[in-house]
Design a protein around this ligand. Sequence first.
Ligand SMILES: N[C@@H](CCC(=O)N[C@@H](CS)C(=O)NCC(=O)O)C(=O)O
Length: 222
Amino acid sequence: MELVLHGAPLSPYVRKVRVTLALKHVACTLDPIDPWRQAVRLRELNPIGRIPVLEVDGRPLCESSVICHYLDEVYPEPPLLPAEPWARARARWFERYADTELGPLLTFAVFGQRVIRPLLGQPVDEAQVRAAIDERLPPLLDWLEAELGDRDWLVGAGPTLADLAFATHTVNYGYGGEALDPTRHPRLCALAARTLATLPFAALLAEEAAVMDKVRARLARP
Ligand SMILES: N[C@@H](CCC(=O)N[C@@H](CS)C(=O)NCC(=O)O)C(=O)O
C-alpha cells in the first residue's frame, strides 16, 4: 500500500495523523502542502480545501479523524481506539470535542491569529485572542478536567485518539505563546505532558522546532 500524506508539519490535524502512522510504524511520504498558498491543488484532493489528506494508492481520504480511524482498522496494532463499543464511542466523542471545540480556540484563535495570519500578511486581532484564552476556553477545559478526574488517560488504561487529539492542540497553543494553566487545569497539563511523552511525538516536534525557528525569524523581520 502506497501512502502519501498531504499536509503542513505545523498543523495539529496533520500531526495527529503523523503520530498515528509513527505509532503503527507505517511508512508514508509527506507532501508538505500549504493549504492557503496551494489552495487550488489542495481542492483537487479535498473539496473543502483542508489538510490533512491521506492518499492511499492514489485515492484521497480527507478529515484527520476519518484517516486515523481508517489507519487504526488497517493497522490494528497497537490500537488507538478501544475495542469495547462504549469505550470506543467515548474515545470518539473526546476526539471530536478536541477537534471541533478545543481546536478552534487552542489552535485557530491563538496560533492562527498570532502565527499564521502574520505569515499571510494579515492583521492580528489580539482582542479575539484574549477572549479565546480568558473567556471561551476555560469552561471547555474545566469540563474536560472534570471528565478526566484522577485517571491517567481520557478513556481506558492507555493512550487513545482522544488523548492524542487533545495533546496535539496544546502543541499549537504553545507555538502561539500560551500554555495551559497548571493551577486551574493541573490534570490536563499532566495529560498533555504524559501523551507527548508516551506517543511518538518527539521526532515530529524536533522537526517542527526547526520550522518554528524559521517562522519566528520571519515574523521578527520588520
Ligand atoms: N476537521 C478537519 C480540520 C482540518 C483543518 O482545519 N485544517 C486546517 C489546517 S490546521 C486547514 O487546512 N485550513 C485551511 C483552510 O481552512 O482554508 C480535520 O480534522 O482534518
